[in-house]
Design a protein around this ligand. Sequence first.
Ligand code: C2E
Ligand code: MG
Ligand code: MG
Length: 740
Amino acid sequence: MKAENRYNSTAINTNKARLLIVDDEQRLLSSLKELLMANNYQVDTALGGKNACLYLLKQQYDLVLLDLRMGDFSGHRVMDFMSEHEIDAATIVVSGESSFTAVSKALRRGAYDYLRKPYIPDELLATVENALQKKLLEKAHNAMQVRLKKSEELHRYIVNSSPDIVFMLDREGRFTFVNNKIESVLGYTKRALIGAHYKTIVDEKDYERASYAFKDSIYSGNENALKHSATENGGQSSKATRTIELHLKTQGDDCTPRYFEITVFPIESSTVGLKGTPNKGLKKLIGTYGTARDITERKEAEEFINFQAYHDLLTRLPNRALFKDRLNLAITHAKRNTQHLAVMFLDLDRFKVVNDTLGHAMGDRLLQSVSIRLENCLREGDTLSRFGGDEFTLLLPDISSKEDARKIARKVINVLKEPFMLGEHEVFVGVSVGIAMYQEAGSTVEQLIQNADIAMYHVKGRGKDGYQFFSDEMNVTSSNRLKTERDMRNALENNEFRVYYQPQINAATGDIIGVEALIRWHHPEKGIIYPSDFLPLAEETKLIFEISEWVLKTACYEVKQWIEAGHHDIRLAVNFSPSQVEHPRFVNLLLSQLEAYNFPPENLEIELTENVIMNDLEHMIQKLSKLSDSGIRIAIDDFGTGYSSLNYLHKLPINTLKVDQSFVHDIQNSENEACIVDAIIAMAHGLKLNIVAEGVETTRQLNYLKSLGCHELQGFFFGKARPADETIQLINRGIQSVAS
Ligand code: C2E
Ligand code: MG
Ligand code: MG
């Protein structure tokens, strides 16, 4: 039986322990070996100190029983040898030497115990067993330490190589641990963060959300509340894992916050109450464990995709989809609160010219500059969107009257009137604005946009650069519009268009000096349709080009016959639409057409509106000069209704001003308006321009105009526009009684 040992509670099986007995007396070696082997130990014996050293080098022992006094190689030297060679075996000195010095020397060298010879076997066995127990425990402990260290290193490696930031907070929300990742991702040193509150790294705007995420795991100063909430759930963990997205601040040069997905787990202590007594399962909150994953790139990609879906990338304005969305909301709101709202459709007047002449890059820059100027006209809550190409839409959800919309339209027109600098080029754009008011012009998204668009085309048809409210007269419904468009195409093929001619009279002689070609549509079902009812749609659908070409060709053909019949000086006035004039090849096209029709250029007068000229003054000077050089005359139609800027007149080769009929009509009504006619005629005289007064209907107007020295007159007083055959008869007859 082995002796009972002091380490009973953690007894280790010492059987098979390997022992070395060292002595210089063979007899003692043999008797000890016998005793120990009888107790199941494995035993070697070494005769003398040197011998012992050889054994110790060859074989690992758990315990050495060592004599001290052994001739020339003492037990002390064996112990020195063992420590030099780091031989890890327990030592028990068994010696006749019992002097204090010898014993204490042995104990200082690490001997476990000292037994005096002659030993008492039981005592020796007990000591051996105790020493072995201690040694083996030590060994097991060391092995455990090594394993723990390795395991800790492994975990540290895993935590630090994590792609996420890993952290722990104490109950007050201060960092107690954070992995290396924080340094590379956010630029903080770990040292600086330990002990700091987590808010140190949270972006201010996310404080509130962060507090919410951590609220279960951070002590708010109310210990009772904390305990209470824990016991309510019968001590079970009541705290759930939370995931939240927060902005974290970065340190270093680039201080822009980054976006993180943070997952937090409250840490609760194990079930331990005071003094080790179980605390009825109450868990105590001790802090937070969390991970933070950098999702900035993902968020940016998401934001970009979102932005792209609802914005125009060039101008960064809302796109069609977002506009419709906002309009829909605004309509619902307006309906509920019986409020007004306005939709504006904006189309740049000369964007195509810029794009074609200066290139797309400049065109893009122009669109960007236009957007910026437009945005400056808006109030909070208004939505400006790029609808496509050079079209913009504007939603004014909060206006009190039509007057408000009118003001904004004027503002928009004015800001775009100012020239734009594109590199060294100064360009003028201008804009046509159609306005649809909720509910007069519609109560759905589609209706409002479409009607604003229709109103815009009426502005374009009138010579651009202006605004117009949608009205019911324009209300050609979309199916009607499609039908009219189809009908117009057919009309060209079926020859339903006619050119009518309205005479222009020499005020002094009463002679017909010219005719203005005015288009009429002989519709098979609807009868005669006047230009104001179909030209805006023709303009919109680009059919205007074909129609105009037809008008010019027909008029040239018909009037040429009159010229050839002897009316050499008869003048043919033809109206040109804005889009024709703006066409980059307008001049060449017109000249080659005249050549093809063999029509003398001196007999042609083209009528343009002021706005067309003003919209692009620089190009117009070049274009008109070229036409003028070839002999073509140039008239400004409806003078007085557009810019009425007199500045440009002397820069351009203009022959005729056509005073708008509204001024002529007013002659009989008020003295005041008549002054405008006076002023226009006086100015035209000053500039040596020919004047045609339009819309003369009464003798009073006639006489007044004649008294002002107006050269030429046109109006129902002398006859409406009529077909070619009737017109030539009139010319042949002459208009009597006018000059008298
Ligand atoms: P505009 O060039 O100012 O033509 C004069 C308009 O006034 C004509 O209307 C004519 O019939 C009308 N008018 C003439 N005398 C009187 C009068 O004493 N009293 C009144 N109340 N009206 C008078 P119309 O033919 O309906 O043409 C309207 C507009 O359509 C024209 O205005 C012109 O801008 C445009 N237009 C007509 N034909 C063509 C064309 O072939 N091509 C283009 N691009 N535009 C055209
Ligand atoms: Mg005209
Ligand atoms: Mg006119």
